[in-house]
Design a protein around this ligand. Structure first.
Ligand SMILES: [Zn+2]
Length: 84
């Protein structure tokens, strides 16, 4: 009886999705993956802290270098000098 209910539920979900229905938690995950697929920010957080001075910036402002984000070229150069 329970098995029959589960099968019925799966069929209902398949039909629902086939008709263009959206299941929030499944679709949200997929959209997130699509959005990040061509983006360096898959490696760092969407809103990121500068690895040098600690300033927070959006992904548009950040400079990504070696999987770390920097707020400006000055901070990137400082970090590079420190590594050498
Ligand atoms: Zn900085």
């Amino acid at each position: 009886m329970i098995l029959r209910l589960i099968i019925f539920a799966i069929i209902a979900i398949v039909i629902y999705r086939f008709l263009g229905g959206r299941i929030a938690f499944l679709d949200r995950k997929r959209e997130f993956q699509d959005r990040d697929s061509d983006n360096d920010f898959t490696k760092v957080a969407p809103t990121s802290e500068c690895a040098e001075c600690g300033t927070y910036m959006t992904e548009d402002d950040a400079i990504i270098y070696h999987k770390k984000s920097y707020c400006s070229n000055e901070c990137l150069e400082k970090a590079q000098k420190r590594i050498r």
